[in-house]
Design a protein around this ligand. Structure first.
Ligand SMILES: NC(=O)c1ccc[n+]([C@@H]2O[C@H](COP(=O)([O-])OP(=O)(O)OC[C@H]3O[C@@H](n4cnc5c(N)ncnc54)[C@H](OP(=O)(O)O)[C@@H]3O)[C@@H](O)[C@H]2O)c1
Length: 262
């Protein structure tokens, strides 16, 4: 579905970024995987190449304007263009979660809002500058159900997710006339990811639940009574990046399996 497309993934050393990079490569895209630390993106690139795909790894801090712009210019110099930009950057949760809003200091509150929106803005802006002359491209970003529902003890994470969904809409409003689509993906928690387990296993334990009981409670809120897998998220990411989704832009795909109404 992505034959000969050129895709850049930010945060590709993480659970979602890695799964999406592998899925894009298996659908024929040339994948440029980037991340904060080189070692984790090298693993993803090596896996892709070993499976017969095309991947190049680079260390790119997605909060560094010069690093983002310089890397994307090098991708375009090498591959001729960029068709897909996927931002899966995740700011570490430890400094964000667990403190009631009434006890939160302003720096800790603001940090995820600034970091998430800045990273998305920088990577999307850089992509758009290269996509506009081609009148073609897709920009994607992952958010979470915190964008649309109240959840306690998540500090500035909810506002950060909501702001990124707003940014997707605004980017689309400006870029769709140039042939560029902008799509968000809003998955439920995927317990197979380290992010979710590290953030919620201690909270499950604190409330007297086992990790399995906590997953069951979360799954009971979905229509299908189960949680989504990374592979299922990656499949949707493939379709959304492909020309088969040419009718979609300016929206966030609700992947909460019925636990959150639009
Ligand atoms: N996992 C889920 O079930 C789930 C569900 C809904 C939404 N989400 C959201 O989706 C996003 C990704 O989640 P994930 O589970 O894939 O997280 P993850 O496994 O922690 O991956 C995040 C990646 O972002 C990288 N990163 C952090 N700061 C960066 C920076 N400045 N520049 C470049 N890369 C940077 C990290 O690299 P280093 O480790 O090298 O710093 C890491 O590889 C997060 O925003 C998360 O909240 C996740």
């Amino acid at each position: 579905m992505l034959q000969d497309k050129v895709a850049v993934i930010y945060g590709a050393g993480g659970a979602i970024g890695g799964a999406v990079a592998r899925a894009y490569a298996s659908e024929g895209a040339a994948v440029f995987v980037t991340g904060h630390t080189r070692a984790s993106v090298d693993v993803v690139a090596e896996d892709i190449v070993a499976a017969g795909g095309s991947a190049e790894a680079a260390e790119v801090d997605a909060l560094d304007e010069q690093a983002v712009d310089g890397h994307l210019q090098s991708v375009v110099d090498t591959a001729g263009r960029v068709d897909i930009s996927f931002n899966a950057v995740g700011i570490p949760d430890a400094p964000i979660l667990g403190v009631p809003l009434v006890e939160l200091d302003v720096e800790r509150f603001s940090m995820p809002i600034a970091a998430y929106t800045t990273s998305y803005f920088l990577t999307a802006r850089s992509a758009a500058r290269h996509m506009i002359p081609n009148r073609s491209g897709v920009i994607l970003r992952v958010t979470a159900l915190h964008a649309r529902t109240g959840i306690p003890l998540v500090g500035g994470y909810g506002p950060a997710m909501a702001a990124m969904e707003a940014l997707s809409r605004d980017l689309s409003a400006e870029l769709a006339p140039h042939g560029i689509r902008v799509i968000g993906l809003r998955p439920q928690a995927m317990p197979e990811t380290g992010t979710i387990r590290e953030a919620f296993e201690p909270r499950a334990a604190a409330s007297g639940m086992t990790w399995e009981q906590w997953q069951e409670r979360l799954a009971s809120r979905t229509h299908s009574r189960r949680l989504m897998t990374l592979a299922e998220l990656a499949d949707v990411a493939v379709v959304m990046a492909s020309d088969r989704a040419s009718g979609m832009t300016g929206t966030t795909v609700n992947l909460t399996m019925g636990s959150l109404d639009d």
